[in-house]
Each structure stands twice: as C-alpha cells, then as structure tokens.
Design a protein around this ligand. Structure first.
Ligand code: SF4
Length: 680
C-alpha cells in the first residue's frame, strides 16, 4: 500500500522530526495534542489566560489566530506573559489567513506559523477562468515571491511552518484546475511545499482538513502517497474542521483522526469542537492514547496473502448481495446500513422492548434486536415470550452460544412470524457446523451471520466458495485473536479481503464489542471513541451493511450512538447535519449558545446541512457544501447564505434565527417538529 505500511495493523509512518520550539513532532515523538484559543488576540490577558488553561489540561501546542498585523504584534506580549507564567516550554503557533504581513510579524514572536495555502497569496473571487499552462506558471511564480520571505525568515529564526490546507478554502487557481477535491487540496499544499524546499527549508508540518471525514481521510492518504513519491516525509497535523459540538463533534473527530492514526498516519492532532477549547484536550488525549497503545508492538507488516480490495483514495461502497430481512428492511449496497441493538440477556428483553417502542425513537428505530441464546432453556422461554410480546423492530437476531445446535432451533424457527438472523461463531476446524447452519437457514428461509476469525480465512475460503452468498452475512468473531499492532478495523478489512478472495459478496455486520476496542476504557467517551474508530473507519472505506454498538448496555443509547456514528460517517442521515466552527479570535458572536439555540429549533430537519460560522473571513469558504449558512458578518450582525451565496446581509443578531427559519421554509426544506419525538 503506497500510503501506509499496513491496512491490517497500525505501523507508524516514518517521518522526519520537526521541532516546534522545544516540542518535537513526528520522528519518534508521541502524538502531540494541540488546541487553539478563542479569545480576541488583541485582548492579551484573555489570550494568555486561555493559553494557560489549555496548557494546564495537557495541551502541548497552543495556536492563536493572528487576523491582522496588530494582532500578530500582540503575540510578542502573549509569548512573554505565557513564558513568565511558567509555560515557556509550550510553543505558540500563529494562525494566518490572507495576510502575509501578519505572518511576517507573527514569525518574529512565536515558534510556528500556520498558513492556509488557499488564501495566503490569493483573494477569493470564485472567478471562473481557464488557466493556461503559462497563466498557471505565472501564478506559481507570484506564489513563490509572496511565500518566500516567510520561509527565509522562519529559517533564520528557527521557526517551523504548517501548510494547512482546508477543503473549503482552496484558491481559484486550484479550484479551476482540480476542483473542490482531495486532489486539489493535495496540489494546493504541494505548491507551497515545493517553494519551502527550494529554500532548503524542511521544518514543515502539513494538514488537509475538511468538515467531511471522508474527504479529509482521502486527502491525507493522497498527500502521503504523493509525498512518498517525491521522497518527502514531513509530519502530519490531523483534524476534522467544523466538527460541531457534543457527541456529534466527538464522533466526527474520532472518525477522521482515528481512521488515519490507525493507518499509521499523523503526528499531532487537534479536535475542533464548538465548545470551550479545554474540552478538546480530553478527547484528543483519548484518541491519541488509544492509537499509541498499538505502536510499540510491531515494526514490520505481518505477512498476509489477502489483497485489500478497498481503494483508499476514492470512496466506493462495497458491492454486496441484497438480503431481505423483512419486507421493510433490506440489507445491501442500495440500503442504508441497518442498526441492530443487542440486549445483554433474555431477562432484559421486555424492558428493552418497552424502551425501544418509545416515540423518541420513532424516526431512528433499530431495525433488529438481538438476544443471547445460551441453550435449550433460553429457546423455550423465547418460544413463549415472542408471540405474546411481538417485536418493536423488523427482525430478531439470536446470538447463539457455540453449544446451540441446529436441531434445537427448529421449533422456534418454525413458529416465528418474522425473519430471524442467526448469529454464531464458527471455528476453522469445525466447518461441518457452518454447513449445517447454512442448510438450516436456507431450508427455513432465515439468515445466518457467520462470525469468523479472518486470520483463519485460508481454511474457510473453499467452504465459502461452495456455500455462495445466499442468506449469509459475515462479521468478525469476538474471539478473533489480535496481537501486537493488530486492531479490529484491520480484522474487518481482512474479512472483506477474504470474502473478495472467496468470491463472496455477502454483507458485513460491524459489531462494536468489548473485544473490538483498541484500548478499552470505562467511560462513555472511551466507548464513543472506539465506536467511532471501528464503525466510522470502516464506513469511510465503504465497508459495513449492519451496525451494532454492543458496548452500550442501554438499548436507547446504543441506538442513538449507532445513528450518530452513521451520520458522522455520512453513511445514513437521520437528522440535521450541523457544521459549526470551533470559534477563534475572529468570531463575531457567541458561537456555543448560538449553535445550541439553532440546533434546538432546527435539529429535526433530516438531511438539511446547516453551517454556523463565526466570521465571513473564513466561514463561507469553510462551510463548503452546507445548504444554509449563518455567518458572523460584523459585530452583532449576521449574514445568511443559501449554499455559497450570501442572500441576506447584516441582519441584527436578534432577528437572525427567525430569518434563517424563514429562508429554510422558502426553499421548501422546513417541516414542523413532531412533539412526540422532540427532545425532553
Ligand atoms: S470560521 Fe470560525 S474558526 Fe474559522 S476563522 Fe472564522 S471565526 Fe475563526
């Protein structure tokens, strides 16, 4: 694989070491966790206070926006006071958009400068223009002249630079030639990279951020692929921009950052949340610690004969057969990934069914409910329970213990009014059991979820070729052995590879269990991060047709997390998609309360994408593909957007919510909220 050493285990990419002040990034250093202040940079006291608060919760690199030369000048005193407070070892980074003069001032005072190649030397005009090769060359020359002074000064002062590309703010030149694509993002960074290298400057870190985890993942992979091709090995700063707040923000960040770290890519990370920045650090820490726990384990890829069928640079959902688990619930490539809830024991089934029948889950119900079956007693109880209770979902799953044999199941299958999904683990040395269960499923018109250890695929392959796809789906057994740097994402990728090799297009069920965790933790954040890693990384690879979050004992919460992860990966949209910037020194209104207020009014608009951005300098570019935008235009004034077009300017903030809703109505995207499903 040209961009990483292994897709089945985590082998860290080799990079050069870049020093940001005294903090080493890349090389043999741990993943560095960073964040950004949100205060007005010219309010020196507030910015120092926020920097100290970040450092005290474990932030290793602090970024501060420098929107103009005056703000950049303030970095001198911010650095001085921050050092005087005992944080001289924590580097500061200036965040620059549009103004080379601000960068030239900032580089004098702080350890690193981030430039956005989309706007460092270009004003955004959205001009439609064909660039001839000669025009393009002239543009590159202009870029060289504009960027070189910063590179030279950074070299003189021992500073580092980040070339920080954002999906939403590519230059017109790049947009015209490459479009709004991961390739465009990569080319944008490479232009700046080549200029820096032409001066012999190598203290470079790169980023490829987007609010869409799929785009971001593809862009970073492509960047590394291209850099490898040119023998360049600079460290990466990972982040999902405008991830929003709460559970959704944490999920999106964990999906994007986690996928890449599991690929072995990434040396410093920032989780962007629309919350006080100190809340970003525990999330970033959890992500980094989980992945770093895999690092010491292996230096070389384990030998495998399986060829990975996924194209890591272009998303395409895996083509599978379609299974009809009920007349209203089919599983397959044209269907959204289905949600299964696992009930821990038969005794808890009645309570779980009552919880799942709640109107709150009316729009996001689990399609399947799965019950563990340990033996004949459980089956007998199910026979009495099921007809009386009915099911609050489309199909029933039976998670069968290895001792449950086919003959025990026939009475229940004969009386079942609906379809049943039989889930069972099969060992490579008991292939006759796999055949028996396959025959049972086919004879009774039911379905079989085959759980196996993909490392044993060689033994299963011939049997699977004979059994074909009908009535079967596959998952990774909880008993699948993983050692060293191997992880569950790799196991599922191996499963997909094994199925491809066996000619099977059976669907894949992603089961989040205690056994699938990279590094289990007792808290909800840890479980949420693990669910985002596994399910999100696989969905962004195009793998996964059913999902269950079995680490959540509460069925309502397990359902909610499953839908939220599906939404975060863009695999199944069940509510409004919010793109909200984390805020910074440019922000013109209270982003956190505004985001919460707008979410409360519009959170039920399934499929609508709303952006809430703190400023017009960056906001309209960053919100890329949102349907509507609420953007700070001036202090106390809001601009409203439809797509990328500003349709209402300078609305008083007090009127902006109502005007936004009116705009959504005008464009026929509004529906009244259902009181039964509204949050309490
Ligand atoms: S969009 Fe938000 S985070 Fe980005 S520059 Fe503007 S205010 Fe700052």
């Amino acid at each position: 694989m040209s961009y990483c050493l292994s897709r089945f285990q985590t082998l860290r990419r080799h990079t050069v070491e870049v020093k940001v002040g005294s903090v080493g990034v890349g090389g043999s250093h741990p993943i560095r966790v960073q964040s950004m202040t949100t205060s007005d940079t010219q309010d020196i006291d507030a910015t120092v206070k926020q920097s100290i608060a970040l450092a005290e919760v474990g932030c290793e690199i602090v970024r501060v926006t420098a929107p103009n030369v005056a703000a950049a000048h303030c970095l001198r005193d911010i650095r001085r006071h921050f050092t005087a407070a005992g944080f001289g070892h924590i580097p500061l980074v200036a965040d620059i958009h549009f103004l080379p003069a601000a960068a030239m001032e900032a580089v004098e005072h702080v350890e690193k400068v981030r430039v956005n190649p989309g706007n460092y030397a270009d004003k955004k005009k959205f001009a439609v223009k064909e660039y001839s090769d000669a025009d393009y060359e002239r543009e590159l020359q202009r870029l060289h002249e504009t960027f070189s002074p910063l590179v030279r000064r950074a070299a003189e002062l021992g500073r580092s630079l980040r070339i920080g590309t954002n999906h939403g703010s590519l230059s017109d030149r790049i947009m015209n030639r490459y479009g709004d694509t991961p390739l465009g993002m990569v080319e944008s960074a490479l232009e700046f990279l080549r200029i820096a290298r032409s001066h012999g400057f190598h203290a470079l870190i790169l980023s490829m951020k987007s609010s869409n985890p799929k785009v971001m993942i593809e862009a970073y992979r492509l960047l590394v692929d291209r850099m490898n091709g040119e023998d360049m090995h600079y460290p990466l700063h990972l982040g999902v921009t405008e991830a929003g707040d709460g559970e959704d923000g944490r999920i999106k960040s964990s999906i994007g950052i986690g996928s890449l770290l599991l690929d072995g890519l990434g040396d410093t990370i920032r989780v962007s949340l629309t919350e006080d920045s100190v809340y970003e650090i525990p999330v970033a820490r959890a992500i980094a610690d989980k992945v770093m726990s895999l690092w010491p384990a292996a230096a070389e890829p384990a030998a495998t004969e399986l060829a990975d069928p996924v194209d890591p640079f272009h998303f395409a959902r895996r083509a599978t057969t379609t299974l009809e688990l009920s007349p209203r619930c089919r599983v397959g490539p044209e269907q959204p990934p289905r949600v299964i809830v696992a009930v821990p024991s038969l005794a808890e089934l009645p309570a779980a069914m009552a919880a799942l029948a709640s109107p709150r889950l009316k729009d996001t119900p689990p399609e399947g409910i799965m019950i563990p079956v340990q033996g004949p007693g459980d089956l007998a109880e199910l026979c009495t329970l099921l007809p009386a209770q009915g099911l609050p979902c489309e199909f029933l799953g039976l998670d069968l213990a290895p001792s449950v044999r086919t003959e025990l199941l026939r009475p229940l299958l004969a009386m079942s009014p609906g379809r049943i999904l039989l889930a069972r683990t099969f060992a490579a040395d008991r292939l006759e059991e796999l055949e028996e269960f396959t025959v049972l499923a086919r004879e009774t018109g039911q379905f079989l979820a085959v759980a196996i250890d993909p490392a044993e695929f060689a033994a299963f392959g011939p049997a699977l070729r004979q059994l074909g796809d009908k009535n079967l789906l596959f998952t990774v057994a909880a008993t699948a052995g993983r050692t060293g740097a191997a992880h569950a994402v790799g196991s599922y990728r191996q499963l997909a590879a094994g199925l491809a090799a066996a000619g099977s297009a059976a669907p894949i069920w992603i089961r989040n269990t205690a056994a699938s965790a990279v590094k289990p933790g007792p808290d909800f954040l840890s479980r949420l991060t693990e669910a985002s890693f596994l399910t999100g990384a696989l969905l962004c690879d195009g793998l996964g047709d059913l999902v269950s979050i079995e680490t959540e004992a509460d069925p309502t919460r397990a359902t909610r997390v499953a839908y939220n992860v599906l939404q975060g990966a863009g695999a199944r949209i069940s509510k409004t998609e919010f793109v909200a910037c984390p805020s910074c020194g440019r922000t013109l209104f209270d982003l956190q309360t505004t985001t919460q207020r707008i979410r409360a009014q519009t959170g039920h608009l399934k499929g609508v994408k709303l952006a809430i951005m703190g400023c017009i300098v960056n906001g309209p570019g960053e919100m890329a593909d949102a349907d509507f935008g609420y953007v700070g235009g001036a202090p106390g004034k809001i601009n409203l957007y439809v797509g990328k077009t500003c349709v209402q300017y300078n609305i008083p903030e007090a009127e902006a919510d109502a005007r936004l809703i009116a705009l959504i109505r005008e464009h026929a995207k509004w529906v009244d909220p259902d009181p039964a499903t509204a949050p309490a």
